[in-house]
Write a protein that binds this ligand. Structure first.
Ligand code: FES
Ligand SMILES: [Fe+2]
Length: 340
């Protein structure tokens, strides 16, 4: 097993879950989600308690879901409301597992693992995602790679020069020193790049072409998220790594929920606190991110295939890999804690 089970995982964007059932496998478990008539979200194992046909192939009826094989009506708690034979007594013991589910920070979170341990206060704090004065948008992609390869990628700021040469990459990035700090289960990787010309993405955001200071501060948030504090500000403003709010600033918000050991659900987005009413800018950023992340996905899926094809070779760790290496150590440690 490569993931921690007793955790809240993002299963969907809030807008993805509606009246119609949606199916998604999280940490190896097929889950069906839908909204009840009052708008709250239900998460059940996506298998009819009778002969295991996916419930997501069924039909909604009120707050229930009717299996389309023999017609059992399953309630939002996973127990039957009606048996396939109308006169058969309802046996509540024939039921499908249900999951703790919470809607927060624009996402639907599902608790995998022991349900009695589900505690809403353990959801990671993604505060900018639903705070006033910030605007948040993004998307979803299915990616055929181990979620930890994705964490490596996001905790590594050197690949930009090559992978993203046409957008956010620039050669000065390679020259700026990187600092890695480990604080408990938190890993932070940061870089401050003084006095450079802004690359195309940030020039568009700033809407002027003046010398800027640029920063990138990646934070790994266990079990599977990376938030990157990014932006540029004109050199003349005198911002620092501790305080940098005078230019354009945002957080790249990335969560890679494991689907299986070698595939994951990628929830990506950006939250920003400048020009928040500007829908055109929101759309441009979203399109820009889509393009940038598609470049990463080509790399990651190629890497996953190559790892499987070269079982006699190991992943090597160079100094640039320290962010991802520390993040993997945190995951390993927490998995050991979980497994006693
Ligand atoms: S498989 Fe669902 S009712 Fe038989
Ligand atoms: Fe990238």
């Amino acid at each position: 097993m490569t993931f921690i089970r007793n955790r809240w995982y993002i299963a969907a964007w809030d807008g993805e879950v509606a009246n119609k059932p949606i199916s998604r496998k999280i940490c190896g478990e097929p889950i069906v989600m839908y909204r009840k008539l009052d708008g709250s979200v239900v998460a059940l194992r996506d298998a009819c308690p009778h002969r295991l046909l996916p419930l997501s192939m069924g039909m909604r009826e009120g707050d229930n879901i009717r299996c389309m094989y023999h017609g059992m009506l399953v309630g939002p708690d996973g127990t039957p409301e009606e048996m396939p034979q109308v006169h058969e007594r309802v046996n509540k013991k024939v039921c499908t597992p249900s999951y703790g589910v919470v809607e927060k920070f624009r996402y639907i979170w599902v608790w995998i693992g022991d349900q009695e341990k589900a505690d809403e206060t353990k959801i990671p704090n993604f505060w900018p995602c639903d705070s006033e004065g910030w605007v948040f948008d993004g998307g979803y992609m299915h990616v055929a790679c181990d979620y930890r390869l994705f964490i490596d990628n996001l905790m590594d700021l050197t690949h930009e020069t090559y992978v993203h040469a046409g957008s956010i990459g620039q050669k000065e990035l390679k020259e700026a020193p990187l600092e890695t700090v480990v604080d408990g289960d938190k890993v932070t990787l940061s870089r401050w790049i003084p006095n450079i010309s802004p690359p195309p993405f940030w020039r568009d955001a700033l809407q002027k072409d003046v010398p800027v200071d640029r920063w990138q501060i990646c934070e790994f948030i266990e079990p599977c998220s990376v938030h990157i504090d990014v932006g540029v500000s004109p050199v003349e403003n005198g911002d620092t790594i501790e305080s940098h709010d005078s230019g354009v600033r945002g957080f790249v918000v990335d969560s890679m929920t494991p689907e299986t050991e070698t595939t994951c659900h990628y929830f990506w987005g950006m939250v920003r606190n400048f020009r928040i009413e500007d829908q055109g800018l929101t759309d441009r950023i979203k399109n820009g991110q889509f393009k940038i992340f598609s470049e990463d996905i080509d790399i990651l899926e190629g890497q996953q295939i190559s790892i499987a094809d070269n079982p006699d070779m190991a992943l090597r760790v160079l100094s640039i890999d320290s962010g991802g290496t520390h993040a993997r150590r945190v995951i390993e440690k927490l998995m050991k804690v979980e497994n006693g």
